[in-house]
Design a protein around this ligand. Structure first.
Ligand code: ADP
Length: 396
């Protein structure tokens, strides 16, 4: 069974073709600058890769290029397109209705449309991917895998904001949270590594990338997450602000007199970039901090402190914690962030083994000390594989 996984952004498209017999990636790639001058595609099959610049006016054209590459004489891994059994789509927002992945039907498409106001940048792009695929491969089932679905198990006390309740009832203002596919994948995998069932564990998953979130996963179910109705709250991110109080936002709105500008500040000019004034990329911040740059050091300190606060908070939410899992670009690669995030938490049974953590990157490992009550793990995330598995389950 071969499954194509698509992740469509407004001007980009990432894809991976899986052979589910052995869960092997046969080919993968990235189309960038769709509809913008300088469109390009990078495609790889095993160790071989090709990159091309070509005119790609829209997602339909992008998908045609991808399908041609997958079947082409040099670049291809398929004899013909009939070999594709199903297509898995990453969908950012499924709202309250979609608490699990779903076969793409007219009613699911309507649900995704209904959530456009909640994810105005992502859901329209995700829909373009679905429609372009339906045109290119009619009759091949599609499966929608929602970033919000895993968090639909959060109880009201975690998702209701302390504002008048009618905004929830009438406008659906609430915490939805994101990165659900990643939190689900790494919590399940961490349980496997520990040789326990996920239903027996209280896990805090730390997805630390350009966008970051922590989740409290109690017995396999998300019960809280640091992202909210939108993608700015929680810990300090690459360019997003993390938790700031409402007065700051009201002050910015009053001063700038332009809500678009305020949104731009909070989403694109804040976080590591805003505090350091250097970069949104943690590697640059770490390098600058090593050279003595005080604002880079401060950005690191805020990052560590905000993660540590959420770890302690989520342990309180679950009346304890059995494992802490680090994943995504920063979680998988930055030993000093992992150390900073758990430093001082020995009082709650969290003890890192420096010799296992230092210099460790990009693979699965348990990095806590042998006598740590709480296990600390690094688990590389694999959202595409999770999407492919759900697609096999529903379309198989
Ligand atoms: P996205 O949310 O865009 O998928 P990623 O999960 O790829 O992001 O994470 C990107 C972040 O990971 C960047 O801040 C980058 O600096 C950081 N990162 C990647 N490799 C390293 C490394 N070796 N050391 C420190 N940070 C790293």
């Amino acid at each position: 069974m071969k499954i194509l996984v698509l992740n469509c952004g407004s001007s980009s498209l990432k894809y991976q073709l899986f052979d589910m017999n052995g869960e092997v990636v046969l080919a993968k790639g990235l189309v960038e600058r769709i509809g913008i001058a300088g469109s390009r595609v990078k495609h790889s099959k095993g160790a071989d890769s090709v990159a091309r610049e070509t005119d790609i006016p829209d997602h339909t054209a992008a998908i045609k290029i991808v399908l041609d590459l997958l079947t082409g004489p040099e670049t291809g891994v398929l004899k013909n397109l009939d070999e594709i059994t199903a297509v898995g789509h990453r969908i950012v927002h499924g709202g309250e209705k979609n608490d699990k992945s779903a076969l793409v039907t007219d009613s699911v498409i309507k649900d995704i449309e209904d959530c456009i106001s909640l994810a105005p940048l992502h859901n329209p792009a995700n829909l373009m991917g679905i429609r372009a695929m339906q045109k290119a491969l009619p009759g091949v089932p599609g499966v929608a895998v929602f970033d919000t679905a895993f968090h639909q198990t959060m109880p009201p006390k975690a998702f209701i904001y302390g504002i008048p309740y009618e905004y929830y009832e009438k406008d659906k203002v609430r915490r939805y949270a994101f990165h659900g596919t990643s939190h689900a994948f790494v919590s399940a995998r961490a349980a496997e590594i520990l040789g326990k069932s996920v239903e027996s564990l209280r896990i805090i998953t730390c997805h630390l990338g350009n966008g970051s979130s922590l989740a409290a996963v109690d017995c396999g179910k998300s019960v809280d997450c640091s992202l909210g109705m939108g993608t700015t709250p929680g810990i300090l991110m690459g360019t997003r602000c993390g938790d700031v109080d409402a007065s700051v936002i009201l002050y910015l709105a009053e001063k700038e007199k332009d809500l678009g500008k305020v949104s731009d500040i909070l989403h694109k000019q804040s976080g590591l970039l805003g505090v350091s004034g250097i970069s949104s990329d943690l590697r640059d911040i770490e390098e600058a901090a090593d050279k003595g740059n005080e604002r880079a050091k401060l950005a690191n300190e805020i990052l560590y402190t905000t993660i540590r606060k959420y770890i302690a908070a989520y342990a309180a939410v679950m009346s304890g914690v059995d494992a802490i899992v680090f994943t995504a670009g920063i979680g998988e690669n930055s030993d000093r962030t992992r150390k900073g995030a758990v430093e001082g938490l020995e009082f709650m049974g969290v003890k890192l083994d420096d010799s296992k953590n230092n210099g460790f990157r990009g693979k699965e490992a348990i990095i806590s000390a042998a006598d740590s009550k709480v296990k600390i793990l690094v688990v590389p995330t694999n959202e595409e594989l999770m999407i492919a598995r759900d697609t096999r389950k529903l379309a198989g």
